[in-house]
Design a protein around this ligand. Sequence first.
Ligand SMILES: Nc1ncnc2c1ncn2[C@@H]1O[C@H](COP(=O)(O)OP(=O)(O)OP(=O)(O)O)[C@@H](O)[C@H]1O
Length: 260
Amino acid sequence: MSSVPGPQTAPPPPAVEVEGATVRYGDVLALDDVRLRLTQGRLCALLGTNGSGKSTLLRTVLGLAPAARGTVRVLGRTPAAARRAGLLGYVPQSEQVDWAFPVRVVDVVMMGRYGRMGPLRRPRRADREAVEAALERTGLTGLAHRQIGALSGGQRKRAFVARGIAQGAQVFLLDEPFAGVDRPSEATIIEVLSAMRDEGHTLLVSTHDLAGVPRWCDEAVLLQRRVVAHGTPEEVLTPERLMSAFGAGPAPAAEEGRAA
Ligand SMILES: Nc1ncnc2c1ncn2[C@@H]1O[C@H](COP(=O)(O)OP(=O)(O)OP(=O)(O)O)[C@@H](O)[C@H]1O
């Protein structure tokens, strides 16, 4: 008797799928025919020189810098649909945030729950518990009632990571989370990101810290307006590529933008 095939299960959609994305700011071609597919549950570094399009790519995946050509899908949905469903977490570059805005750390993290609240944004028990858990996970419980502007650079980044955790995001986009951050904070951030990857989240992290990349990420993407290389850190960060893309090896670049 021949065996009956079981029901076919569809493979999970990629966490991020960018197909031929082109993005312009007026005359500036920021992204040119970018193709990228990220599997779910990976921690991926996004590398490239200043102006290579890293922030633009993250913003394109978020739907904030829409592609004039090409398509973007997040877990099989459009960026807008993925955002509405709370699937996307975003840690912006520090310069994009008004740190003088009078808001406490706990309020920033609670913003991750807004999509689940009614129009009056009155937190329920589940919201408060999710925020507490996210604060604890990122080591910010003791700073919960501090103004966000009164935190160190690394603590601020962690507050935005906590916002994404409270939100229940599946795909996290982090724009230079290590810039201006001291080593202990960097280590804490890497620990949190690795734990999230282990739970099946997908994280795309732009960074200039090339030397650290092989230590903490599963894969790396090298961007130069288009994807020049995508693979393991060792496959991407070859001496030839480092020389042609950055004009240097990893050691000097690793110190760039780092607070002592
Ligand atoms: N709002 C904007 N208006 C016009 N040009 C822009 C704008 N934002 C970015 N650009 C240009 O688009 C290109 C890509 O910029 P982007 O910020 O994405 O690069 P990046 O790799 O993140 O750089 P960095 O490492 O310096 O943060 C650059 O040439 C930049 O000058």
